[in-house]
Write a protein that binds this ligand. Sequence first.
Ligand SMILES: Nc1ncnc2c1ncn2[C@@H]1O[C@H](COP(=O)(O)OP(=O)(O)OP(=O)(O)O)[C@@H](O)[C@H]1O
Length: 358
Amino acid sequence: MSEPSHGAGEKVREGLKETLADTTQLGGTPNTPGDPSGAAGYGRPDSTESGVDGPVRQPVVPGTPAGVDPVEANVLYADRITIRFGGLTAVDNVSFAIPPKSVVSLIGPNGAGKTTFFNVLTGLYEATEGAVYLNGKDITPVKPHKRAAMGLARTFQNIRLFGLMTAEENVMVAMHSHLKAGVMSTIIRTPGQRREEREARETARELLDYVGIGKTVGELARNLSYGDQRRLEIARAMALKPKVLLLDEPTAGMNPQESANFNDFVYRVRDEKDISVLLIEHDMSVIMKISERITVLDRGAMIAEGTPDDIRNNQQVIEAYLGKTGTREGKRLPKPGDAQAGGVAVAAPTTTTDGEQA
Ligand SMILES: Nc1ncnc2c1ncn2[C@@H]1O[C@H](COP(=O)(O)OP(=O)(O)OP(=O)(O)O)[C@@H](O)[C@H]1O
């Protein structure tokens, strides 16, 4: 799904060198026999649970204390998701939890199933099997825009903004689902409708300030710098008053300083706004610094889940990215100008700003 960008391959190579390839020095914890993934408790429920009516909840979910119901304990919980495209199983029986006020990441080599899984969480794809719960509610049949209104907001790998609208207007559009004014009051502009619009404008400005682009309020989205467009997308997602923010490649195209600031920003969002953040991100240095927990997919299956240290030292993850001999199946070696390094694709900083809506 990712598109190449020159120079970015180098960034990924550096990130991988720093994080994955350095395990011998870091003295990682080897995987336990019988649990090569380091992801005990994930996967199919054990035989004692089979045959139970309704959703079968797993006994142990990493990040969720044993004996605690993952549906209740997590702001978002995906229960044994499988997605098949014809004969291809893009995601195979993957469970995933986002605890309240957390920053978690989903990583994996090209074609691992990250975007597909992300799309199931947001409702863009319907899972072949499994269920998604938001704030304890089964949202499996709920359409994307309703999920957004329920507190699940997202940004896109390729930025989607209304290019010919101002930054402020882009944010106000997203507030639509929270505004009360009906068609009639909008047409005749009742005092209530005018007050609501004024408040929406104020909130939009506050959000733009919050993401650090308050000065761009009256500028057309398409004239903003790439980094500012990314921030505008986040402001717009936050206008939905989400409980969970799903960020797809948020630092793609950002310069190193913007990437560094991004970490602080995400923690502020978590701490001040009480929002959990899920990132799909190819920049390993960002992932390892920012994530409290990381889930790793490979060829549709979850191969590991844990803290950055767990993941950095997990042999299966290292092999998934770099292969046993440093080249996975001999086709993932980075070449000069190659957009892939160690099987990690780098999103191009492409932008869609004309007439598209998130
Ligand atoms: N709509 C679709 N129809 C058929 N196959 C699909 C579809 N979307 C994804 N796939 C396949 O599912 C698998 C997982 O793809 P996905 O894009 O989710 O991986 P990814 O981890 O996001 O990859 P990347 O890092 O390259 O973006 C791939 O083999 C892909 O070709």
